[in-house]
Design a binder for this molecule. Structure first.
Ligand code: SF4
Length: 909
């Protein structure tokens, strides 16, 4: 490190694993990132996403100054912060005066820091007097929260990552940590290596990389989880694995649940779940016979219309066997977002109050009112995410403030969300990025700081709080989220005649944290022993950490006393429901949604990093080959996927990971990457009755060929890495609004250090010349130096830009068979002599000798699938692959896939 370089400790801003990172920077620019060896969540490791964080810290797509439009038919224009906040305060005050406090709402985010959340929550509930503040955590963890509260009494995951090292039976339910929580998965791999007798059971309709690595994979039908866990409980009870002493002393409600599961035999559940009864018995026996059984779950259980009971049914296995509150045992929900837990700690949701208090509890409301120096806080239930946007659509909520989240991408049933945002009288979007799908609806866009520029705290899946520091000053005129909320509160307070200065006295973020700390006194998450100074001295700490404690708490309920009024955990008799929407003759396929290995949420950050597209480079629907064949389709065809709410066109990808009858679409692609809204055009807003979490994981769909004979392809880069980085992002931003014109269009990137944009188009009629001209202009392919070829008879055109002997741009229409070769010529900077010959020949397909490198499996070391396949065919095992090709030797994210490829080869042999 040179003298001008610095290191600042922070955390990764992607998933709830909460890995510690060290940001390398020169005071004005982030130059690198590495895992923090001292952070207990990751001990220096990072996955593909975390390891490329610095590449996403670019100013090109940032919101850098406030923008305001004064009428819907006008574009937004730059304005000052004073004008922006005054305008927002005027609009909110006018609506509150005329329609009351419940006519406004805030929709915030699990990506915010705890302090940001705290101020927003106080703004809504303390100043305005509405509980209409909900968050995208409602889409993520609220069913896990309800399940914990119904059974253990508090929103408190009892386990730690350390428990992975001590378990001898790990049940992973509705999760693919190899992709979605990779650093937790590295820890699981370590534990299995250290203890080869450890069993890993994976419950997932798909044969994911996690599932294919399991000792037992239970590929159940979507929505049938409760039946499986009830049948496992049946086996545990009837095989004598119940801990009767624990049940009698520390639980209640057991008799009712035992009666309920009496008839749910493995045979009965096998029929409902589409599993083999003997596999259910095996899973139950492994769980019951283990000294320490641990379960992990994620969105596969949470994002269901019975997500709460999915969780309680799983937790019941632990309560029935006493497998909780001891090393290596207990239920452990893996948090999706980096700070979903921090948000709940401060009560930043429609049904919660500060420090895990409940809005519905009068005593809790009085406590919060006293803490805030107010006579009371509102008792009217607030609107949860789906209800909130329904109310906006119906005109009951007239102004909505969206912070650090993107509902126009992530909410189910996108058609309704778009209608809502169009119907709202006033939409504020507060975000670090100006180009999100939701920002398009903003009347007021407020630029916020983001990762690397923020100070505050964040809580990961294992209740561990980290103090993160800012490495750089804010970009442009961006401000910290808590500062924006505070300043708006002060401006609004003045208009409403309330003393907001007293309610929001904070001048530093640490003052906000101190107030939050005080609010937790005596609560289950008491952190009165923490301060920024303590966190800096001791490092990240797990709550509870009350005053006087010497350290955090790794495991909860070690004394067998639970967080209920009488200290006993509760068994819950669950619902018998399966999916909210059933398949039928018209919609005969299950749609499952989920995550890719190298992308995160709506891609506003990962979507800026070219190498993160190399694992999956085009949006796609994964389908079993039999389902394709039955419809006369094949791998690579464009297909139309339709549900009762909408339809989308995607490229079909034949995949053995799918059960016949099931399809899978990753949730990352929205209208910035596609000509449609992606998976959430299809999903429904049916919610769990307790958690109000929508069933984002499932819809009934049909699939048919998308007959789109008119194709186009556009690739564009620059001769220099820097120009390519900047111009690719700005060109993609310019192209995104045009995608919806086409029956199918997708926008992605190729390359590594010198990115290229990739635009694929397929249309049902000839693509108008003026549309093509617009694409050329936006991508600099209207350049006079462009080479052009037209075959009018076959309606083929080729247009190429060659600069300094390198292909920097190409646009094809009519035939795109050479796409993969052209991409290689561009990103690998190959000589262009052959390209020139091809360009002016009637050939549409690539030259015979041209070979594409293929998909990249190991992102860190740039190792392609064909090279790995060739090595495996030559007899390589994992060690040999790692020694020769070096794949899987850096972050390890590709190791599960390498193992799967080796398994496939073994089975084929
Ligand atoms: Fe970030 Fe990966 Fe760690 Fe999640 S597992 S916090 S995405 S580095």
């Amino acid at each position: 490190m040179t003298q001008s370089q610095h290191e600042t400790r922070s955390t990764c801003c992607y998933c709830g694993v909460g890995c510690g990172v060290i940001i390398e920077h020169d005071g004005s620019r982030i130059t690198g990132v590495k895992g923090d060896p001292d952070h207990p969540a990751n001990f220096g490791r990072l996955c593909t996403k975390g390891a490329t964080l610095h590449l996403s810290a670019r100013p090109d797509t940032r919101a850098l100054h406030p923008e305001l439009r004064t009428a819907r038919d006008l574009p937004r224009s730059r304005t000052s912060w004073d004008t922006a906040l005054a305008h927002a305060a005027d609009r909110f005050a006018a609506i509150i005066d005329e329609h009351g406090p419940d006519a406004v709402a805030f929709y915030i985010s699990g990506q915010l820091l705890t302090e940001d959340y705290y101020v927003f929550n106080k703004l809504a509930k303390g100043l305005i007097g509405t509980n209409n503040v909900d968050t995208n955590s409602r889409l993520c963890m609220s069913s896990a929260v309800s399940a914990y509260k119904q059974t253990l009494g508090a929103d408190a995951p009892p386990c730690s990552y350390e428990d992975i090292d001590h378990t001898d039976c790990l049940l992973i339910a509705g999760g693919n940590p190899a992709y979605a929580h990779p650093i937790v998965y590295r820890r699981i791999e370590d534990a299995r290596r250290a203890n080869p007798a450890m069993k890993m059971i994976v419950v997932d309709p798909r044969r994911t990389d996690t599932a294919s690595d399991a000792d037992l994979h239970l590929p159940l039908l979507p929505g049938t989880d409760i039946w499986l866990y009830n049948a496992m409980l049946h086996v545990l009870l009837w095989e004598g694995h119940a801990d009767d002493v624990f049940i009698a002393a520390h639980t209640e409600g057991f008799a009712e649940l035992r009666k309920h599961v009496r008839d749910i035999t493995p045979a009965v559940a096998a029929e409902v779940c589409g599993l083999r009864a003997e596999d259910i018995v095996t899973a139950a026996k492994w769980f019951g016979e283990s000294k320490a059984a641990m379960s992990m779950w994620c969105q596969g259980l949470n994002q269901s219309h019975h997500g709460t009971h999915n969780g309680t049914a799983l937790i019941a296995l632990h309560l029935a066997t006493g497998q909780i509150g001891q090393p290596g045992a207990g239920p452990f929900s893996l948090t999706g977002q980096p700070n979903a837990m921090g948000g709940r700690e401060v009560g930043g949701m429609a049904n919660l109050l500060s420090a895990h208090r409940d809005m519905a509890n009068a005593e809790h409301r009085a406590e919060v009112a006293a803490l805030w120096g107010l006579p009371d806080v509102p008792s009217q239930p607030g609107l949860t995410a789906v209800e909130l946007f329904d109310a906006v659509r119906d005109g009951k909520v007239k102004a909505v403030w969206i912070a650090c989240t993107n509902p126009a991408h992530s909410m189910p049933d996108q058609a309704r969300i778009i209608e809502a945002l169009q119907a709202a009288e006033f939409v504020v979007v507060q975000d670090a990025y100006r180009g999100t799908e939701s920002a398009a609806f903003a009347d007021l866009l407020l630029p916020a700081t983001t990762w690397g520029e923020k100070e505050g705290t964040v809580t990961n899946s294992e209740r561990r709080i980290t103090h993160v520091s800012a490495a750089l000053p804010a970009a442009g005129e961006a401000r910290a989220d808590w500062v924006i909320a505070r300043d708006f509160a002060r401006a609004l307070g003045a208009r409403l005649g309330r003393d907001a200065d007293a309610l929001f006295p904070y001048e530093t973020v640490e003052q906000v944290f101190a107030e939050h700390v005080e609010s937790t006194r005596g609560r289950d998450l008491d952190i009165t022993g923490l301060s920024y100074a303590v966190l800096d001295r001791l490092g990240p700490q797990q709550w509870p950490f009350p005053a006087g404690a010497e350290g955090g708490t790794a495991t909860l309920y070690t004394d067998r006393r639970f967080a209920t009024a009488n200290g006993k955990a509760r068994f819950v008799v669950p619902s018998a429901a399966t999916t909210a929407e059933k398949i039928d003759a018209r919609y005969p396929l299950h749609l499952n949604t989920g995550r890719l290995r190298d992308q995160w949420h709506c891609m506003s950050r990962t979507g800026q990093v070219a190498r993160l597209y190399s694992h999956v480079d085009e949006p796609r629907v994964e389908v079993h080959a039999d389902d394709l064949a039955r419809r006369g389709l094949k791998d690579g065809d464009l297909v139309r996927i339709k549900s009762r709410r909408g339809e989308i066109v995607l490229r079909a990808h034949a995949s053995n990971a799918q059960r016949p009858g099931s399809t899978f679409v990753a949730m990352h692609w929205g209208r910035n990457a596609l000509s449609n809204s992606g998976a959430n055009a299809l999903t429904a807003g049916r919610v769990d009755p307790y958690s109000k979490q929508p069933e984002l994981k499932h819809a009934a769909v049909q699939m048919s060929r998308a007959d789109l004979p008119f194709q186009a392809l556009l690739l564009r880069t620059e001769t220099s890495d820097d120009a390519a980085q900047q111009l690719t992002l700005t060109r993609m931003e310019a192209l995104a609004p045009l995608l919806a014109r086409f029956a199918y269009a997708s926008l992605s990137m190729a390359g590594r250090d010198r990115p290229a944009l990739v635009l694929r188009i397929a249309h049902d009629q000839p693509i108008p010349e003026d549309w093509l001209a617009e694409l050329d202009r936006l991508c600099g392919l209207d350049h006079p130096a462009c080479l052009a070829y037209r075959d009018a008879r076959r309606d083929i055109t080729k247009r190429a830009l060659i600069e300094d002997g390198l292909l920097t741009g190409i646009r094809l229409t009519g035939e795109t068979a050479a796409a993969a070769w052209l991409r290689e010529v561009m990103v690998e900077r190959q000589p262009t002599a052959e390209l020139r010959r091809w360009l002016f020949a009637p050939l549409a397909t690539p030259p015979v000798a041209a070979k594409s490198r293929g998909r990249i499996v190991c992102n860190c070391l740039d190792v392609a699938e064909p090279d790995i396949v060739e090595a495996i065919a030559g007899g390589a095992d994992l060690d040999t692959l790692q020694a020769t090709l070096r794949c899987g030797t850096s972050c390890g994210s590709c190791v599960p896939e390498l193992k799967r490829m080796l398994d496939a080869r073994r089975q084929a042999a």
